[in-house]
Design a protein around this ligand. Sequence first.
Ligand code: HEM
Length: 87
Amino acid sequence: MEELPSKQRQFTLDLVSEHSNETSCWIVVNDMVYDVTSFLDKHPGGSDVVLEHAGTDATVAFEDKGHSKYGVKLLEKYIIGELIEVS
Ligand code: HEM
C-alpha cells in the first residue's frame, strides 16, 4: 500500500501521549503532530523545555516563547500528521 503524505496521517492524542520521552518525542502544535526527537539536541532552548511537553499539546508553550519565523518554519520539517478527535 502506498504511504499517505505525512500531512494526511492522523493521530489521536492518546497515541501521541505514548511518545513522551527522549527516545520518541512527539508534540502537538495547532492540531498538527510533530516528531521532534531528532531536534531535541539541537533546540536552542535546550531539550528539557521540549521534553516537558513530550506527548502533549504544546501549542501554548510553543507560542508563549515567541518563537521567531525561523523557529516556526523549522517546526514544519518535523511534521508527521494531524491530530484527530476520537468520538
Ligand atoms: C515544546 C515546547 C517548546 C518550548 C517550551 C520552547 C522554548 C524555547 C525557549 C525558552 C527558547 C529560548 C532559548 C534562548 O534564547 O536561550 C527557544 C528558542 C528556540 N526554539 Fe523553542 N521551544 C519549544 C519547542 C520548539 C520546537 C519544536 C522548535 C522547532 C522545531 C523550536 C525552535 C526554537 C528555535 C529555532 C529557537 C531559537 C530562537 C528562535 O528562533 O525563536 N522550539 N525555545
